[in-house]
Ligand binder design. Sequence first.
Ligand code: URA
Length: 199
Amino acid sequence: MSLEDLNNQILKCERCALCQTRKNAVPGEGSSKAEIMFIGEGPGKNEDEQGRPFVGAAGKLLDKLIALIGLTREDIYIANVVKCRPPGNRDPLPEEVDSCRKWLDKQVEIINPKIIVLLGRHSMDRFLPNQKISLDHGKPKRLKGQVYFPIYHPAAALYRNGLLEDLEKDFKKIPRILKMIEESKIKTEKKVKQVKLEI
Ligand code: URA
C-alpha cells in the first residue's frame, strides 16, 4: 500500500470517538522516503482546522529547529500518535492511542525511517514505555532494529523556561546520530539500550 492510500484511509477513519468532534483528521505530511520521521502527540486547534500537522506556534518552532539542521519539511515526515484532535487539547486517552496504533505502525512501516524523533512524553510512551522525558531526552535508543530519539515537545519549550536550550542541543545531535546509524556504529541490541554517543 502507498502512503497516499494509507493517509486517505486515515482521513475517513471512524475507529474512535474523536472522529465525532474533529474537523479534519491529520494523517501527517512530508516525504514518503524520509530518513527522519518526527512523531508528535496529536493535532491541536490549528491542525484540526487545516488538516496539517504542526501548523501552530509549536509548528513554527519545529520549522526553525528543522532549519537548524539544514532541512525543510519536504526532507522529513511529520506525524502524530493520534490523528484527530482530542477536544480542548486534552491528552489522548489510552483507547484513542490504541485505535490509532495500526495507522501509525503502518506509516512507520511504509516510510521505514532511519530515525524516529519522538516529540514529548506521549510520543515517547507510545514507543519507549516506562521512561522519563526529563531524564531520557537526547538519548537515542535502538529497539527491535529501530532507532528512536526522544526529545522535548516544541510546545513544552514554548512555555517552560530552559527547555528550549535542551531542545536545540538535542536537535543538533540528529545529523550525527544519522551518520552513526549509516556507518553502522550503533550495534543491534535485543533490549532497549542507551546508545553511547561520543558527542
Ligand atoms: N502538537 C502535536 O503534538 N502535534 C501537532 O500536530 C501539533 C501540535
